[in-house]
Design a protein around this ligand. Structure first.
Ligand SMILES: Nc1ncnc2c1ncn2[C@@H]1O[C@H](COP(=O)(O)OP(=O)(O)OP(=O)(O)O)[C@@H](O)[C@H]1O
Ligand SMILES: [Mg+2]
Length: 224
């Protein structure tokens, strides 16, 4: 079964009152437990594509089905509901909430999804232990290193138990070693908690871990 099915997807942006085509003909299918890379130069539209798949942004035409939901012509409200239920994001800057501790950052999406406080706390703690931060659960983002913050971001994404993780340069601001560690952690966690991932990255070493590799060129995806 395809978790993500994209056919002939198009997207343009209005830039200085002119319509500029960013994605001209995107075709992609992502199956269960697949890690699919989207590589390509800066500005080609990688984040745009990921945001569309995650229901953060609209598209102009084509077919887009994600986790069984047809995302064509959805309202902002419907896309919000879709995001809450189906997908989770990992970003380069992790976007941890600065006024909340590591464990609270992992708990918040669970609480929003209706998990009880007690259960959310227990699950968040267990997930932080798995990413090697069992002794840092009460630290605030400003007290964590880049690599540690990245691991909190991964714990937060995985704790939700969603089938699809959308990762935009997840190791983008980490050094080589931390970047490698983070990716091997993600692969290790995938064995325990199966998920599929679309991985946007410039990093060829990271991309080489994908089960299927693609490059975005001139608005289209080409397999690498
Ligand atoms: N909201 C927007 N309005 C207008 N243009 C936009 C908008 N968002 C992105 N763009 C433009 O669309 C193009 C693709 O942007 P995008 O962020 O998807 O690139 P990217 O491949 O992720 O680049 P990078 O590797 O630098 O992150 C860029 O030219 C960008 O300026
Ligand atoms: Mg980007």
């Amino acid at each position: 079964m395809s978790l993500v099915l994209i056919e002939h997807l198009k997207k343009s942006y209005y830039i200085s009152e002119r319509s500029v085509s960013i994605l001209s003909n995107i075709n992609l299918s992502v199956g269960e437990n697949e890690i699919v890379s989207v590589e390509g130069a800066s500005g080609v539209g990688k984040s745009t594509l990921l945001n569309i798949i995650g229901g953060l942004d609209e598209f102009d035409s084509g077919r887009l089905e994600v986790c069984g939901v047809n995302l064509a012509n959805k309202t902002e409200r419907e896309r919000e509901e879709f995001r809450a239920q189906k997908v989770t994001f990992i970003f380069q800057h992790h976007l941890l909430l600065p006024d909340f501790s590591a464990i609270e950052n992992v708990m918040i999406p669970l609480l929003i999804n209706g998990v009880s406080y007690y259960k959310a706390k227990k699950e968040a703690k267990a997930m932080l232990e798995k990413v090697g931060l069992g002794d840092r659960i009460d630290s605030f983002p400003a007290q964590l290193s880049g690599g540690e913050s990245a691991r909190v971001g991964v714990a937060r994404a995985l704790a939700t138990g969603k089938q699809l993780i959308l990762a935009d340069e997840p190791t983008g601001n980490l050094d080589r070693e931390n970047s490698k560690n983070l990716m091997s952690l993600i692969l290790q966690l995938q064995k325990e908690h199966p998920f599929s991932m679309i991985l946007v990255t410039h990093d060829l070493e990271l991309a080489s871990l994908a089960t299927k590799r693609n490059k975005l060129i001139s608005g289209e995806l080409q397999s690498v």
